[in-house]
Design a binder for this molecule. Structure first.
Ligand SMILES: Nc1nc2c(c(=O)[nH]1)N[C@H]1C(S)=C(S)[C@@H](COP(=O)(O)OP(=O)(O)OC[C@H]3O[C@@H](n4cnc5c(=O)[nH]c(N)nc54)[C@H](O)[C@@H]3O)O[C@H]1N2
Ligand SMILES: Nc1nc2c(c(=O)[nH]1)N[C@H]1C(S)=C(S)[C@@H](COP(=O)(O)OP(=O)(O)OC[C@H]3O[C@@H](n4cnc5c(=O)[nH]c(N)nc54)[C@H](O)[C@@H]3O)O[C@H]1N2
Ligand code: SF4
Ligand SMILES: [Mo]
Length: 854
């Protein structure tokens, strides 16, 4: 193709000079249509002009910042000249990514000069969803938002102001804004992402983040459903260390229903029946106990039940039972359990969405975590480490005073009482339910603010339910959407705010530290945001000031930069620089602390022990007239223990026992295995639809980026060769998938259809014969020509600034109208909303379906 990997064929200035097209920028008040339009073949041209990086190499600035093309947040150095980004490199100072970046980071630079970027505030004219927009000023946008919000406050209905964020890294300011307006209704996407995994970690070790395997020293990786060589939160940091461990002889065993790249790079790959991971892990525990390969001391000293009790609990879970549930050979399960235990403590059993995104996912993940306790690898060198993240709370990073108080009430929208683990310690919410709740008028919404989220694309049933609700002005009176492109979400809003991209704004970031030493990083503007684009944080600050009292008193600072400076004010000077200046120079701060091994065995200091008392070897303090355990006595030493109610590693979770009791249910807190009903009763002619992520795509954020979408723009459904043969399906055939509601839980039904979709088949031996799999990220209706796979000139030329990326005209070779494969499919139109018990995690990988050849 006539296409050079570098930057755009031409930059803005060259283009204007060239004068090939003269387009007046959209004038104030002018109305344009942004509805998808059809283009003719005659409009398609190709261009060969390009600008090379080499030409610009002199005089470049190198600005340390942080990638946000996925949630792994790797440190990067942005190469800048004349306010233009020439490329990105890894920041070697980042202790997690250690100077490396993945393909997505390089593709991400497209986000800045994307010709279909939102660069002005646009106000809807006509009906919502018609795609008619008027350019307004930022001042008008602030006033519009402020007046709507003010009205709710004056009417004493602050809960009708709703904030819905996806990958929101600006919680410090968005949370403050919501507290200031007095609304508790902050929604997010966590139940679609990781709540079962977090709840599993929370209820066993008391830590809610990802486990942080001490990977370089690990000898045995027992992976239940993570695709960490392509995705996983922090997968990139794990991958780098895994490669080193592998070259030193480590073994990787993967359970994935599909031959992911991680499965492919594993020493052994097993494709279990979906949702059976818990049965396999419990059977492994049984083997380890029978073979006496457990770590007696760890269980005795740190676990909340005895070996004898544990032995009784795992008794029903024989390897034969696990074989029956999972289809994995009993002998293999036994062998792997023995191998794993023998590698202890240099071994880690871990999970991700393959095991947790199920109706029984909390139990699956708890069963896997327990394996680490059984062999004593928890917190050990080369083992299943955890914690060690830098706490970014008020104590270390002070919030500017006065701090708005948290609202003292909650609503069912953000705190559904049926799912007690959804909001117990972290704001996990159960967001896959919110559109149904809004639809049934259970909650009135006057102002809906959406930020870095695209629910029509990423939500189960999003293309139907989210769209139906977002479109309805009676259900959501006013929707303001902050976005960088004309996304599916923006399309269904009333006001689009042009956000700064992640190359143009500040954020304090950090994640679980793979070096096991707390660190944090600073994202900072590498270039100025173009036109009216403005960091949403700054927009909120201005809106808060416009609203006036009682909101504005909490926004006495003028910008988010000032806010960040204040938050860094407690950092000590380094190299003669203030904390803020140091962070701007290096982008990374690493604490002067030893590696966080055995955090449970660290002695409590005098301050922590003040007014404490001991009962049965547990150390307590009285907090607000309630007894709270803060540690345990071990060998006469007063140590921290785990952050669970018992301060022990909870094989039987006290929290689960208590919360189940509140719901009127009896639970012994042990992760007993139960196959979800739909999967248990699956008939011969039914299959299970699962979903997964690509290495070069991230949800709904990378699809408009040309380099990445050129690599992957099609997502046929994976189907096993044997199964395909049965249905007479050949590679590339179009098949029809019909999906059904789950047989238990939310909207349980015996055979209600959720939806049907027609999609191309990819026939492969690399998938379980009873499973089909579709990746997400594709099949977009909006977000510009790349995402839609439609060649041609910029749609509605007046919509965007006087700039065109000529790569997009003639080079989108996957445009279906010109013989290409098209822009893929969105599986979420057929995946039912299916929240799992307790934590409310969306059971993505449990969907029963039927297929037929079209
Ligand atoms: N490239 C890329 N990286 C990302 C992201 C991204 O979108 N793209 N997103 C980030 C985010 S937000 C997240 S939450 C993480 C997610 O990271 P992962 O959990 O690693 O990714 P997924 O693809 O969601 O799921 C992992 C694997 O589960 C498998 N699977 C599906 N059903 C089953 C099952 O029933 N049993 C088993 N054992 N396996 C099954 C899938 O085939 C897939 O390979 O990645 C983060 N990193
Ligand atoms: N079928 C299926 N569905 C899935 C998944 C799956 O594996 N399969 N994964 C699930 C998971 S793990 C998650 S976490 C969710 C994530 O789903 P979402 O929360 O929706 O997250 P993103 O896709 O990251 O958000 C995309 C939106 O943010 C916009 N955006 C990108 N950058 C910026 C920016 O700088 N500023 C602003 N204001 N907007 C920006 C994009 O244009 C887009 O509209 O999806 C879930 N959905
Ligand atoms: S793994 Fe994610 S954060 Fe890291 S470089 Fe790739 S896209 Fe960026
Ligand atoms: Mo996620």
């Amino acid at each position: 193709m006539k296409y050079i990997l570098g930057r755009n064929n031409m930059n803005r200035r060259d283009f204007l000079k060239n004068g090939a097209i003269t387009i007046a920028a959209l004038k104030l008040g002018e109305v344009i249509s942004l509805s998808p339009t059809k283009l003719n073949a005659s409009e398609i041209k190709t261009f060969q002009e390009f600008k090379t990086l080499a030409k610009n190499i002199k005089g470049i600035e190198r600005i340390p910042s942080v990638c946000l093309n996925c949630s792994t947040i790797c440190g990067m150095t942005v190469l800048v000249k004349d306010n233009e980004i020439l490329g990105v490199e890894g920041n070697p100072l980042d202790p997690n990514s250690q100077g490396k970046l993945c393909a997505k980071a390089h593709g991400g630079v497209n986000a800045v000069e994307y010709p279909e970027r939102i660069v002005y505030p646009l106000k809807r004219v006509g009906k919502r969803g018609d795609g008619l927009w008027k350019r307004i000023t930022m001042q008008e946008a602030y006033e519009l938002m402020a007046s709507k919000i003010k009205k709710c406050i004056e009417d004493k209905k602050p809960e009708e102001i709703v904030f819905h964020g996806g990958r929101n890294k600006m919680g410090d300011i968005t949370g403050r804004f919501m507290d200031a307006v007095g609304s508790p209704v902050i929604l997010n996407h966590r139940a679609l992402c990781s709540s079962n995994k977090r709840a599993a970690n929370y209820t066993t070790i008391g830590d809610t983040s990802w486990e942080t395997i001490d990977a370089i020293r690990c000898k045995y990786f027992l992976n239940f459903g993570s695709n960490f060589l392509e995705s996983h939160q922090g997968g990139f940091a794990l991958m780098k260390r895994f490669i080193e461990a592998k070259s030193n002889g480590a073994k990787l065993v993967t359970f994935d229903t599909r031959l992911s790249n991680t499965a492919g790079k594993s020493d052994e790959w097993f494709a279990p029946y979906p949702s059976s991971e818990g049965a396999i892990a419990l059977a492994m525990a049984n083997v380890i106990i029978n073979e006496k390969l457990y770590n007696k001391n760890f269980i005795k000293e740190w676990c909340n039940i005895s070996l004898k009790e544990l032995k009784e609990l795992v008794k029903p879970y024989t390897v034969e039972f696990a074989q029956e549930q999972s289809g994995i050979n009993a002998e293999d399960i036994k062998r792997l359990a023995i191998e794993f235990a023998k590698a202890a403590p240099n071994c880690a059993a871990f999970t991700n969405r393959g095991s947790q995104a199920h109706y029984n996912g909390l139990h699956n993940d708890r069963a896997v975590v327990i394996l680490n306790a059984l062999v004593g690898s928890v917190g050990k060198e080369g083992g299943y480490a955890y914690g060690g993240s830098k706490n970014k709370g008020h104590k270390s990073f002070p919030m500017p005073e006065p701090i708005p108080p948290k609202p003292l009430f909650s609503t069912d929208l953000e705190d559904p009482k049926l799912y007690p683990f959804a909001n117990k310690w972290q704001k996990m919410r159960v967001s896959e339910l919110v559109y149904d709740k809004i639809k049934t008028k259970k909650h009135n919404i006057q102002v809906y603010m959406s930020y870095t989220i695209s629910s029509p694309q990423t939500w189960p049933e999003g293309p139907q339910t989210a769209v139906e609700v977002l479109k309805d002005e009676k259900l959501i009176a006013f929707h303001v959407c902050s976005d960088v492109v004309y996304s599916e979400m923006a399309h269904y809003s009333d006001l689009i705010l042009p956000d700064a991209t992640y190359f143009e704004r500040y954020t304090i970031e950090g994640r679980n530290a793979y070096e096991l030493i707390p660190y944090f990083v600073l994202r900072q503007p590498a270039v100025k945001p173009p036109y009216d684009c403005e960091n949403f944080a700054d927009t909120l600050i201005k809106v808060a000031k416009k609203i006036g009292q009682p909101v504005s008193q909490y926004f006495k600072f003028d910008s988010y930069e000032e806010f960040i400076k204040l938050r860094f004010s407690k950092l000590p000077q380094k190299e003669g620089l203030s904390g803020f200046d140091y962070m701007k120079k290096y982008g990374v701060w690493i604490e002067d602390k030893p590696k966080n091994y055995e955090p449970y065995n660290i002695e409590l200091n005098e301050a922590q022990l003040k007014n404490s008392f001991i009962e049965n070897n547990i150390i307590y303090i009285n907090k607000k007239n309630k007894k709270e355990a803060i540690g345990i006595v071990k060998d006469g030493k007063k140590v921290r223990g785990f952050k669970t109610p018992s301060r022990k590693f909870e094989i039987c979770s006290n929290d689960i026992i208590n919360e189940a009791k509140k719901l009127g249910e009896k639970d012994d807190g042990f992760p007993h295995f139960k196959m979800p009903k739909s999967l248990k009763e699956k008939k011969e002619d039914e299959l299970i639809l699962t979903t997964f992520k690509w290495n070069v795509h991230t949800q709904a954020r990378t699809t408009p980026q040309k380099y990445l979408t050129e690599i992957v723009h099609d997502n046929p459904v994976w189907i096993n060769t044997q199964t395909a043969k049965k249905y007479k399906i050949k590679n590339g055939d179009i098949i029809k998938i019909t999906t059904y509601r789950p047989k238990e839980g939310y909207k349980a039904s015996q055979n209600e259809i959720v939806g049907t979709m027609k999609i191309k088949a990819f026939v492969t031996q690399g998938i379980h014969p009873e499973v089909i799999a579709i990746s997400n990220s594709l099949g977009m209706n909006y977000a510009g020509r790349i995402a839609k796979g439609r060649n041609g000139l910029k749609e509605n030329l007046k919509a965007y600034p006087e700039y065109e990326d000529l790569d997009l005209n003639g080079n989108i070779w996957w445009d279906k109208r010109f013989g290409g494969s098209g822009n893929g499919f969105n599986p979420n139109m057929v995946i039912p909303v299916n929240p799992a018990p307790l934590a409310g995690m969306q059971s993505w990988n449990d969907t029963i379906c039927k297929i037929e050849k079209v």
